[in-house]
Design a protein around this ligand. Structure first.
Ligand SMILES: NC(=O)c1ccc[n+]([C@@H]2O[C@H](COP(=O)([O-])OP(=O)(O)OC[C@H]3O[C@@H](n4cnc5c(N)ncnc54)[C@H](OP(=O)(O)O)[C@@H]3O)[C@@H](O)[C@H]2O)c1
Length: 317
């Protein structure tokens, strides 16, 4: 149970990746400022988290079952929290979807929205009324750079994160009146099961319904570039956990928090040209004309990007 003075933090999707690392980092806080309720939809997947939490498990970290796609599961979980009191809600659970649109079923697309968009809304609807009553609380949404800039072959995933950004922009204004803070964390590529699941998934599929040219561009042009981008620019789940902790601890938390300074120019480019043409053409050239140069470009970007961009992001260090 939370001790007096401890902040109760509930995190969704803690069986792996970013959610697991946020849970562990907060639970191992030296000053024991947090009582972490780490949730996952299937407790059979708890071992990695329990091992990483070490001594904190059972003291500053507890586990609960929660499936963000299921009304009953969300209600049961929140009702089992003492006085339904949650100081910080971290909406982390999410799934990816990549590939030629023609080969993706409507059901797969709906599942992405059900998890990444409606899953977050379901959580917020359950937790927000108590926060409003108490005139305090912090809601964090793990969004993505793809919530700000679309990426080829990630059409539906990006759309789910864009939807989330619009939702949060709207809600943040009302919540401020109730002293409830809403923050988004916007990582670029992060090395987690997300990326592994994507690569595994892709190698097993043959994309029925998509024409051969599209499948070729996806498998032989987009995928190798994507692997290069992850290798050159990818952050670790620990980086994102450190950024999230900083946002939780900030005296005046920012609404938007890009975690990777290398993505600042991409977002800036979008807002610099109101016609939208600059972004579309730049991404087109990067993918189709620079193909083999991509690796070199990404590595160069990593080393050359000036330090001033870092001030526009929440740094993991
Ligand atoms: N990795 C990246 O490059 C990247 C970049 C930007 C943003 N993000 C965002 O970061 C968040 C975490 O992703 P990750 O990279 O850490 O991926 P991950 O390792 O695949 O973790 C995703 C987590 O979400 C859980 N989850 C999926 N559906 C759920 C549901 N219906 N109810 C509850 N939990 C569910 C998964 O649980 P199971 O074990 O049960 O599947 C897993 O614990 C996502 O919102 C993602 O969009 C990731």
């Amino acid at each position: 149970m939370a001790q007096p003075g401890q902040k109760v933090v509930l995190i969704t999707g803690c069986s792996s990746g970013i959610g697991l690392r946020i849970a562990v980092l907060l639970a191992k806080d030296e000053q024991k400022r947090y009582y972490v309720i780490a949730t996952m939809r299937d407790l059979k997947r708890k071992d990695k988290l329990v091992e990483a939490a070490g001594d904190a498990y059972g003291k500053t970290l507890t586990l609960l079952t929660l499936d963000v796609c299921n009304d009953e599961s969300v209600k049961q979980c929140i009702n089992s929290v003492k006085d339904r009191h949650i100081d910080v809600l971290v909406n982390n659970a999410g799934i990816g979807l990549v590939g030629p649109l023609e080969a993706i079923s409507m059901d797969e697309m709906k599942k992405v929205f059900e998890t990444n968009f409606f899953g977050v809304i379901r959580m917020i609807k359950e937790v927000m009324p108590d926060m409003k009553k108490r005139r305090g609380g912090h809601i964090i949404v793990i969004s993505s750079v793809m919530g700000l800039q679309g990426v080829v072959f990630n059409d539906v995933y990006a759309a789910s994160k864009f939807a989330m950004e619009g939702f949060c922009e709207s809600l943040a204004v009302q919540l401020l009146k109730f002293n409830v803070i809403l923050s988004m964390i916007e990582p670029g590529p992060v090395h987690t099961e997300f990326e592994m699941k994507m690569i595994q998934d892709v190698s097993q599929k043959d994309y029925p319904g998509a024409d051969p040219d599209t499948v070729h561009y996806f498998k032989n042009v987009y995928l190798p570039s994507s692997v290069d981008i992850f290798e050159a620019l990818g952050q670790t789940p620990d980086d994102i956990a450190r950024c999230t902790k900083k946002v939780i601890e900030a005296s005046s938390p920012r609404f938007r928090n890009l975690t990777n300074p290398l993505y600042t120019p991409i977002v800036a480019m979008k807002y610099a040209d109101e016609t939208g043409g600059l972004s579309v053409k730049t991404f087109y050239h990067m993918l189709f004309n620079m193909g083999s140069l991509m690796h070199v470009t990404m590595t160069a970007m990593k080393y050359l990007t000036c330090g001033c961009l870092r001030s526009r992001t929440v740094s993991p260090h």
